[in-house]
Design a protein. Structure first.
Length: 48
């Protein structure tokens, strides 16, 4: 495996870890309870 391919694989893994961290942080920081959205499709109620 050439050095460029190795750098590409390592870069891809770093990007994947950062994306997963952002996703987990956003999921954990959601408030508990009921979420009420009013939009063009009508009223949406979601429980967390």
């Amino acid at each position: 495996m050439s050095k460029n391919a190795l750098y590409l694989v390592i870069g891809g893994l770093i990007v994947a870890v950062i994306a997963l961290g952002i996703y987990v942080y956003r999921e954990e920081s959601k408030p508990d309870g009921i979420e009420l959205n009013i939009g063009e499709r009508g009223v949406s109620v979601e429980t967390n």
